[in-house]
Write a protein that binds this ligand. Sequence first.
Ligand SMILES: Nc1ncnc2c1ncn2[C@@H]1O[C@H](COP(=O)(O)OP(=O)(O)OP(=O)(O)O)[C@@H](O)[C@H]1O
Length: 263
Amino acid sequence: MASVLKIDNLSISFGGLKAVDNLSFEIEDKMIYGLIGPNGAGKTTVFNCITKFYTPNQGSVKFKTIEDKVVELMDYKVHEIVNLGLVRTFQNVELIKDLSIIDNLLIGAHSQYKSTVIAQAFMLKKARNEEKLMREKAMNILKDLGLEDKAEEIAGSQPYGVLKNVELARTLMSDPKLIIIDEPAAGLNETETEALAIMIRKIRDTYHCAILMVEHDMGLVMNTCERICAINFGKKLAEGTPDEIKKNKDVQEAYLGKEDDIA
Ligand SMILES: Nc1ncnc2c1ncn2[C@@H]1O[C@H](COP(=O)(O)OP(=O)(O)OP(=O)(O)O)[C@@H](O)[C@H]1O
């Protein structure tokens, strides 16, 4: 499989409502991909199906793992997904406010620890060495992303824009092949959003992972994504480059309404 993620005929209903309706798209390795659509279009539900928070009624989600093995995500449980190389962030920042930035990154790495819980509890040599390696890894990530001076700062003392970047940095602790980002620009001002766009590109260029992003800020989507899928009422409206999506009549109507409606 050339792609890192391939979704085929995905559908899920809540009662009578088809939140995702026979949706298919695929994301090439190392691509920054956008999933857009008006409010309630089904974007977060797609994310929740991929990461197994929801079980779809129908469809297949193929994923190419860290070991380049193609697996069907529907066969895995929600907590197993991260070990395959797929990690997500949520609309709200999910950091522990009382911990330092670097400790928040270390928490993001817990699935990678090989030493037993007992070894960790008593800080045996193996666990100490592992902790040291993970701390180095976290520090290297912060350095790569220009956040090293924030390492010892308490998360709760930092502005929202920094925390969003830290959340992205934390995903890198699990060596992802694909990072799924839900509305990264929500709550950010224009300058912070521009910094976020630079950060997203830097992460892809440095860590060679693909990124799937849901975002309402069209500036961020159009400037950052190489390919975009637009959906409405759970169905695909269009897929293409940012330019193709901008010019697409169905996409324009979904966002602005038909000319008759506007008049
Ligand atoms: N757990 C659920 N139970 C019932 N309905 C749900 C559930 N999750 C989502 N829906 C419904 O599915 C539809 C799609 O919702 P979803 O949150 O995926 O849209 P979205 O495109 O992410 O919207 P927004 O941009 O506003 O976040 C909506 O009508 C929503 O009310």
